[in-house]
Ligand binder design. Sequence first.
Ligand code: NAD
Length: 290
Amino acid sequence: MKIGFIGLGNMGGPMAANLAKAGHEVAGFDMAKVAIDGVTLVNSGAEAAADADVVITMLPNGQILRAVANDIIPAMKPSAAFIDCSTVDVDSARAVADQAIAAGLLPVDAPVSGGIGGAAGGTLTFMAGGSAEAFAKADPLFDIMGQKAVHCGDSGAGQAAKICNNMILGVTMIATCEAFALADKLGLDRQKMFDVVSTSSGYSWTMNAYCPAPGVGPQSPADNGYQPGFASDLMLKDLRLSQQAADSANADTPMGQLAQDLYAQFVETEDGAGTDFSAMLPRFEKRDRG
Ligand code: NAD
């Protein structure tokens, strides 16, 4: 297949390299100067898109996605698929999909979970929104770049699934960290806390698989000085998208709102920027009730 790939950053670069390694002809474009194994670099998004059967975008946010879409949609071949793998707001995903459908294209919003390691190893999970026809065209490429793809529904459903999942993740991480900090102050050993909670009704992915306490549970960023992993800044981005979606859908999400506010404080006015999102635990450790 001829693939145009736009946005060759930390995630897009290795994803494009995996497609090229699998034998696809990949034309890539990024505003920054990059070199990606097996990918032919071109001078604009429109040039990457012009001759492609499938165009994939992996960009920072919805505003940039909308600008890139304006540029490439008129250049694309009829019936080509337009797969956006960025994490963006649901409204931008739906607006871009409508624009693509009006131009006779097959749009899929397909944000990912799995991070930079998953992108490099080809083990991402894709959450996809779009028509059955569009999903069928994208699915063989998801197989190369990832290990699982779920067709969640119509346009926007992939982004909806992603931000709902990450809203649970942010809230649960905070709950796990504040509980550890309380346990400390109650004199409870962290290993005992893990042994009980990880097999009791407080268990969760953040406790059992990504424990924020160093030396407790499986290996996690806590064991590596809280280097990301999944950065607090990216968690804040996703929580903001969840609250933007909640506003636009008139949904009551008090815990998601509080998680957004706490990560904003941590990243923007404390020392959380650039740390893993589990570094909420040392943050709570340093604080008291006042
Ligand atoms: P990144 O900043 O490394 O990459 C984005 C790339 O887009 C950059 O190389 C930038 O130069 C390029 N770009 C920006 N505007 C452009 C334009 N107009 N035309 C062409 N290229 C342009 O970010 P990333 O970590 O690769 O993340 C990409 C997306 O994936 C984001 O939406 C992010 O939320 C999502 N995501 C990231 C992770 C992660 O762990 N990094 C995990 C899941 C999802």
